[in-house]
Design a protein around this ligand. Structure first.
Ligand code: ASP
Length: 590
């Protein structure tokens, strides 16, 4: 039906006869001449309809926003003075000869250029209209371009695209599963995959050597942050490799797509051990665009006459850290109160601070509710954090976990609020993760997942599990974890040792992962891999404010689809077929 996309027209098409198909974005009646901005997925073109072309004019006169039209006409220069430099097609217009209404449209639920005035729920309910907006369409086209580049890159590197099942057993990423009842196996359930983890490892046992998949994954988590219950991973696995090989392929892939899609050269990614990231940035995904750092002051605070500091300073699990902000003495009391509230979200019970007004005046030159306690150590403190006049020093003192989370988050918030960013892109690898972390109840859990290889022997692992590091690696960009993976365990002894430490009984091992343990007996090669979150990557690359902006049909924060009204109730007959009976909903208490 069409010869060109509206958005592709330019002066190279001058004097050509073209056929365009699209939606009426805007219609203006200028004293007898009708202007239509016709829109398709590639953009807008201005169509001019003269009263001389009577039939076309009458049709254009009837057209309303979002009508679907076919236009035939000739491309010409816009008259002098009417060129629109802000529009890719702004130098030309199409003089219409024929206008055909392919379909009418009711008044849309919101004007496309006024989407900001309606809530996101309305945009999600009429997502097909929302996706007509050029900014939304551009994000999805960008996503398609990038996934194409990813496939090209991986295919060139010898990776094979192999699909893994969606109806499967519970997988080990540690979130809650989405379950699907089986009709043919009464009382039994499939789980939707949290990742293709076990299958990709089995593909290595099968000898495929290099696997990738752009895979849907499902995790039934409370959607605290900007997450989606179903999301997409770029999933990789390879055999006969070490960390260097996998990180090399993954880094090459990210560098390639940034170069090709954004003309950005990310350079070589620095590496940082987990312990250093926690110490300096309070986070295992540090945003290196922000020049602020946490500085340990435990040794200075051990003997000060201020329990809030001396307590955690002498507790082996405690930490007292300082965060100096250059020029921060200008922060108002109100701003400091807001930051105090902010760190409260992370469990901090307060936010001590010192403003450095005039360093040479000693204590006199400092302003702070806690300054009197600092007297014995003040010079050392100022020197340790490198404070200058006009700076503010914030403190965190508590269990190390709380201090890291609170000051780590404060560091990012200050970076944003005070616009401290030193560059646009800051990628890095975080390596040398601990194998396990201690839960609140004292039990150990796998920091990555239980198939990650430790950097030690099974005996060493059993002897002192809390101390051991793993062969895991995470890629971080601008404070966001883009992806992560590990070299896997490929022999049964080690796998059993890890399950042992995690307190997974033999019966449970057999029940949950028996097939993997079996596979390890039949010639499993050394292997490893990684997965990237595609949605988050797209969000960063397009500068979108939310992950929902880069997914065509996302779920809401409460994990529902307001457009299709899913999840929904099912008929009694369907439940019966599945041998399921619903419990009566608990009545709200009087
Ligand atoms: N399966 C892991 C995840 O989804 C990634 C990996 O280890 O390859 O986080």
């Amino acid at each position: 039906m069409r010869s060109h996309y509206c958005g592709d027209l330019n002066t190279s098409h001058l004097d050509q006869e073209v056929q365009l198909c699209g939606w009426v974005h805007r219609r203006r009646d200028h004293g007898g001449v009708i202007f239509l901005d016709l829109r398709d997925r590639n953009g807008l073109a201005q169509v001019v309809v003269d009263p001389d072309t009577e039939e076309a004019f009458a049709t254009a006169d009837r057209a309303r926003n979002e009508y679907v039209l076919k236009i035939s006409g000739r491309v010409r220069h816009r008259p002098e003075g009417t060129v629109n430099p802000n529009m890719p097609t702004g130098e030309i217009e199409v003089l219409a000869k024929q206008v055909e209404v392919l379909n009418t449209a009711e008044t849309p639920p919101f004007q496309l250029d006024e989407h900001g005035k309606v809530g996101e729920d309305v945009r999600l309910k009429y997502r097909y209209v929302d996706l007509r907006r050029p900014e939304m369409a551009e994000k999805l086209r960008f996503r398609s371009r990038v996934t194409h580049q990813i496939r090209n890159y991986l295919e060139e590197q010898g990776f094979l695209d192999i699909e893994t099942p969606i109806l499967t057993r519970a997988t080990p990423e540690g979130a809650r599963d989405y379950l699907v009842p089986s009709r043919t196996h009464e009382g039994q359930f499939f789980a939707l995959p949290q990742s293709p983890q076990l299958f990709k490892q089995l593909l290595m046992v099968s000898g495929f050597d290099r696997y990738y998949q752009i895979a849907k994954c499902f995790r039934d988590e409370d959607l605290r942050a900007d997450r989606q219950p179903e999301f997409t991973q770029i999933d990789l696995e390879a055999s006969f490799v070490d960390e260097e090989n996998i990180m090399g392929v993954a880094e090459g892939m990210i560098r390639t797509i940034f170069k090709e899609a954004k003309d950005v050269d990310l350079g070589e990614f620095p590496r940082m051990p987990y312990s250093e990231a926690m110490n300096r940035y309070g986070s295992d995904k540090p945003d290196l665009r922000i020049p602020l750092e946490l500085v340990d002051v435990n040794d200075l605070m051990e003997n000060v006459d201020f329990k809030v500091f001396s307590g955690p300073a002498s507790d082996p699990k405690g930490r007292v850290a300082a965060l100096k902000v250059k020029g921060g003495a200008e922060l108002s009391r109100k701003q400091i109160d807001e930051y105090t509230k902010f760190v409260g979200i992370y469990g901090a019970r307060g936010l001590a601070w010192i403003k450095v007004n005039e360093k040479t005046k000693g204590l006199e030159g400092l302003q702070s509710p806690i300054v009197k306690f600092m007297e014995p150590i003040v010079d050392q403190l100022l020197e340790r954090v490198g404070a200058e006049d006009g700076d503010i020093i914030f403190f965190g003192a508590d269990k190390a976990k709380i201090v890291n989370e609170a000051l780590g988050a404060l560091r990012c918030k200050l970076g944003e609020d005070l616009d401290l960013y030193t560059r646009e892109w800051a990628p890095l690898w975080v390596v040398d993760f601990p194998m396990f972390e201690e839960e609140d109840d004292g039990r150990l859990s796998a920091l990555h997942h239980p198939f990650t290889a430790p950097l030690c022997s099974p005996e060493e692992l059993k002897a002192d599990p809390g101390k051991q590091l793993s062969r895991a690696y995470d890629m971080v960009l601008n404070g966001t974890e883009l992806g992560g993976g590990s070299i896997r365990i490929h022999n049964q002894d080690m796998q059993e040792a890890v399950f042992d430490v995690l307190g997974i009984s033999e019966a449970e091992q057999e029940e949950k992962f028996g097939f993997l343990l079996d596979a390890l007996k039949f010639g499993a090669p050394p292997h490893g891999g990684l997965a990237f979150g595609l949605d988050r990557l797209m969000m960063l690359m397009t500068g979108a404010q939310s992950i929902r902006e880069v997914i065509a049909f996302p779920k809401t924060q409460s994990a529902a689809c307001v457009m299709t009204d899913a999840p929904g109730e099912v008929s009694k007959a369907q439940l019966k077929e599945l041998n399921l009976r619903l419990r009566a909903k608990p009545q709200p208490e009087e």
